[in-house]
Design a protein around this ligand. Sequence first.
Ligand code: SF4
Length: 183
Amino acid sequence: MMKLLLHTCCAPCLLSPFERLQDNKLALFYYNPNIHPFEEFNQRLAWVEQFAEEAKTDLITYHYNPDQYLNKVAFDTTERCEKCYELRLKETARVAQMKGFDTFTSTLLVSPYQKHELIIEMGTAASKKFDIPFYYEDFRPYYKDAQKTAKELGIYRQKYCGCKFSLEEREAELKARKTKVKE
Ligand code: SF4
């Protein structure tokens, strides 16, 4: 049994990793300064809080501080995902090390829409920096079932990754689709 700190991006992505890791001593870690706007951050947090309460699992949360993310990407958004993963995984590793966990990982590893290899790379770098093992498991095969369960349970499922740039991309995509339908 490991004492594992599980970086948690949202409740739907938490379902499968939590189930697969539940034989360990788990704590959830909601550190996502990338999320925009505040209402979205709060909505995702509220569902994670509810999950933690029902599962009787510890949850570490942070106040909303988007500048921590924006300061990293404001002048160059092209590499934003790398910086976003780096920020969140380094903080997870730092806190895991400080609080005496054996290892850390992230629910980001469940989504086929995330840059999986880059998450591994950033998790490994964070592991080296804070001298604590990064637990890797490919949770992606469980993604579809987890999304289905989240839908059945009425868990909030967001429509974009999280940052303001991904929100703008999503809005532009929807607009383009509408224009196409009208043509
Ligand atoms: S698209 Fe997602 S992973 Fe990439 S920077 Fe935005 S929130 Fe982070």
